[in-house]
Write a protein that binds this ligand. Structure first.
Ligand code: ADP
Ligand code: MG
Length: 261
């Protein structure tokens, strides 16, 4: 089977009665890398959280389909089983669950009963991916995200990505807080995932990450929707000129959404 397709259509989201997303349209297919860029407070993280089913985010209009199946009707764990993966801007700590246990159960939840990944195969795969990402081996037995440094959390998210091999991943600010060496390692991991069976939405405030991961499509979010789409050259122009030219072109004065500070 060729890769999956995630279709986000006219998505409207409210948080505590306040409109945050105002009609997001995006289609991500297996084999494609998409970047969503935009200034702070324009709804990028809200998009990621809404697609993954964060309870605080109320969908008031629109749809999200994975290979034609209604994602919004699925529970959060069903979304993961269906092949969606979300790396969060602020990954949470899970006490009492080791990294290794979490990875194994995540992999197995996507396989048929009786077809669990053999332990040796799992260990081999985890070892080689940890080497690839230059992650210390003792991280496998530590509790998930507990006491992980910012950089360790991000590397670990990419380890999860490489182990779980989702159909579609949404990576929110996977580059934030990384030094240049960590950024290179993380990018290498993401690039290794490239295949017809994998589609990726990379949310980033900075163009920096896109020096290492070349997106096929670039989208700019303002006022809780996608206001401009293009190819990699769009990211280059944003790097050189910032976002003001888009605001001028579209007559946007305030690009943010939600409550103002
Ligand atoms: N969990 C939340 N609770 C309350 N308001 C939120 C929450 N998440 C986002 N918002 C609101 O949505 C707006 C957009 O935030 P966000 O999606 O994080 O933007 P971005 O990721 O583009 O910086 C914020 O300004 C805030 O008002
Ligand atoms: Mg954000």
């Amino acid at each position: 089977m060729a890769g999956s397709t995630l279709e986000i259509k006219d998505l409207h989201v409210e948080i505590e009665g306040e409109k945050i997303l105002n009609g997001v349209n995006l289609t991500i297919k297996g084999g494609e890398f998409h970047a969503v860029m935009g200034p702070n407070g324009t709804g990028k993280s809200t998009l990621a959280s809404a697609v993954m089913g964060h309870p605080k985010y109320e969908i008031t209009q629109g749809s999200v389909l994975l290979d034609g199946e209604d994602v919004l009707e699925m529970e959060v764990d069903e979304r993961a089983q269906a092949g969606l993966f979300l790396a969060m801007q602020y990954p949470s700590e899970i006490s009492g669950v080791t990294n290794s246990d979490f990875l194994r159960s995540s992999i197995n939840s996507r396989r048929e009963e009786g077809d669990e990944i053999p332990l040796m195969e799992f260990i081999k795969k985890m070892d080689s991916n940890m080497d690839e990402l230059e992650i210390d081996k003792n991280m496998a037995q530590r509790y998930l995200n507990e006491g992980f440094s910012g950089g360790e959390k991000k590397r670990n998210e990419i380890l999860q990505l490489m182990m779980i091999e989702p159909a579609i991943a949404i990576l929110d600010e996977i580059d934030s807080g990384l030094d240049i060496d960590a950024l290179k390692v993380v990018s290498k991991g993401i690039n290794q995932m490239r295949s017809d069976d994998f589609g990726c939405l990379i949310i980033t405030h900075y163009q920096r990450l896109l020096d290492y991961i070349t997106p096929d499509h670039v989208h700019v979010m303002m006022q809780g929707r996608v206001v401009k789409s293009g190819g990699p050259e769009l990211a280059q122009r944003l790097e050189a000129e910032g976002y003001d030219w888009i605001k001028e072109e579209l007559g946007i004065e305030d690009e943010t959404v939600g409550q103002k500070a």
